[in-house]
Each structure stands twice: as C-alpha cells, then as structure tokens.
Design a binder for this molecule. Structure first.
Ligand SMILES: Nc1ncnc2c1ncn2[C@@H]1O[C@H](COP(=O)(O)OP(=O)(O)OP(=O)(O)O)[C@@H](O)[C@H]1O
Ligand SMILES: [Mg+2]
Length: 258
C-alpha cells in the first residue's frame, strides 16, 4: 500500500545574521495511513520546522513532501501546538466552530458538530466560557477539539501536552487516543517525552541534534490499550533505554523523567 505521507531528503536552511542556519539536514521517512508516529529529538534540532514543512506552511530548501495515498491531492490538516492559541474574544464553542465557519458549512450542521465535539472532549458547561477563564488543560482540550472538528485526515501535533501537569496530560492522552480510534486520522506528533511517545505511538522516529537527520526508527510492539502503568514494566524500560541511547541522554539527566 502507498504511504500516506512521505518525506524525501527534506532539508531546511534558514537565513541567519552570520550566513545560514541549517535546521534540517536530510530527513527521509514515511507514515502509513492511520499510523500514529511520534517524532523525538534534542531541543532545537528542527522538529517544529519539520511540522511546518509537512503542514505546507514552510517550503523546504531541499527535498519534498508527498502524500502518495492521496494521488496528488493534499490532506486536510489539523494542527495543535504547545500553546492553545485560541481566539481570546471567542467563546469555547465559537473557537471550535471556527474551522467549520471558514469552510462555509450550514449553521445547523456546525451546531451539531460542535455540540458533538464538546461532549466528546468533556467540555460541557464551558460552551460560553472565554479562553481567559479556562485552565491550561481545558484550553488545550478546546484546541484539540478545534483540530478534530473538521475531520482532518492528518493530525500534526507539536508538543501539545508539554505545558500541562502530569495528571492533565494523562487525561488528554486518553482523549486523543479515543478520538484517534474513532476517526483513525494519520498522526505525526512531536514530543520530547520518551514515555509519551511509547505510550501513544505505533512508531517512534528519533532525530539527531541540529541539523536533523533520522537517527532511529523504532516500532512500538506493545499491544493497545496501553495503561500508563506499563511504564513500570521491563519491556517498556527496555524501549525507553533504546530511545534514550539514540537521544544520547546521560543516565541521570533530568530529561529522563519527562
Ligand atoms: N523562521 C526561522 N528563521 C530562522 N531560524 C529559525 C526559524 N525557525 C526555526 N529556526 C531555527 O531552526 C532551528 C530548529 O528550530 P525548531 O523550532 O524546528 O526546533 P525544535 O526541534 O522544534 O526545538 P524545540 O525542541 O525547542 O521545540 C533552531 O536553531 C531555530 O532557531
Ligand atoms: Mg519545537
């Protein structure tokens, strides 16, 4: 079967004060339809840059991004970043409905889909709230709802849970996986958490320090559903060790705990 997404020798060079900054050296990988892939790599190695390239927001300096399974077409992309980036003057439901309004869907259809998403993401009672009255976890839940509501076929998540406390993060993992099981979008998620990658993804791609290249691709052969307590099993520990070795994280580094 043709891959859903293919990156072929993607390289990105930015102009810098003293010449050029090579963010991405040469990245080649592909993602199957409905696959959940996590992208990990040292800070500043070019992960967000790659997300922008895949989203079509940034043109790569070298190489190309293809969607072979779509036969020349482009996917509908849902994007979620570290910060929720909600529109401060719009209520929760008006933030979620925005992509549908932009598509020009009929009002009744928009109302139905927004109401369904509010229920799915556990946002009942907050429909009329403004972003400033939401907790960080709630705001991120609205951002996820806004990206799910228009049935994207590709979900690009750039460290969507990094600013949240551990408990909220685990709730949102659950919600993300529930949505993914239901809709089966293809997912590419950047994270710097090795455990998060192993609990959520089918496959983890490790990048080198900047400029990014693919260092390791690891299939996560742990059956689903994966309870967070799996983190304390020997098999999980073994996969963590392999990823940490690829990331060159020293043994006692704080990064290990994230
Ligand atoms: N628009 C830009 N212009 C110039 N340099 C940029 C631009 N965007 C990113 N960079 C540089 O490219 C490199 C990679 O940045 P990027 O944000 O992709 O890294 P990252 O892996 O997402 O980092 P982090 O883990 O901290 O989020 C960095 O050195 C950054 O300063
Ligand atoms: Mg980043």
């Amino acid at each position: 079967m043709k891959p859903f997404l293919s990156l072929e020798h993607v390289g990105v060079v930015f102009p810098a004060d003293d010449g050029e900054l090579e963010a991405v050296a040469d990245v080649t990988f592909s993602v199957r339809q409905q696959e959940f892939v996590a992208l990990v790599g040292p800070s500043g190695c070019g992960k967000s840059t790659l997300v922008r390239v895949v989203a079509g927001l940034l043109r790569p300096t070298r190489g190309r991004v293809l969607f072979p399974a779509l036969g020349g077409g482009k996917p509908r992309v849902g994007l979620v970043f570290q910060k929720a980036n909600l529109m401060p003057w719009r209520t929760v439901e008006a933030n979620i409905s925005l992509p549908l309004e932009l598509q020009g869907l009929p009002k009744a259809e928009i109302r139905r889909r927004v109401a369904e998403m509010i229920t799915l993401m556990g946002l009942q009672g907050f429909e009329k709230a403004l972003p400033r009255d939401l907790s960080g976890g709630m705001a991120q839940r609205v951002a996820l709802a806004r990206s799910f509501v228009f049935n994207p076929s590709l979900l690009l998540l750039d460290e969507p849970f990094v600013a949240l406390d551990a408990l909220t993060r685990e709730y949102l993992w659950d919600e993300l996986l529930r949505m993914w099981r239901r809709e089966r979008q293809t997912v590419l998620m950047v994270t710097h958490s090795v455990s998060e990658a192993l609990l959520l993804a089918d496959r983890v791609i490790v990048l080198t320090a900047r400029p990014a290249r693919v260092k390791l691709q690891l299939t996560v052969d742990i059956p689903r559903p994966r309870h967070p307590d799996l983190r304390y099993t020997p098999r999980f520990g073994e996969l963590v060790r392999r990823l940490r070795a690829a990331l060159e994280i020293p043994n006692l580094a704080k990064a290990a705990e994230t």
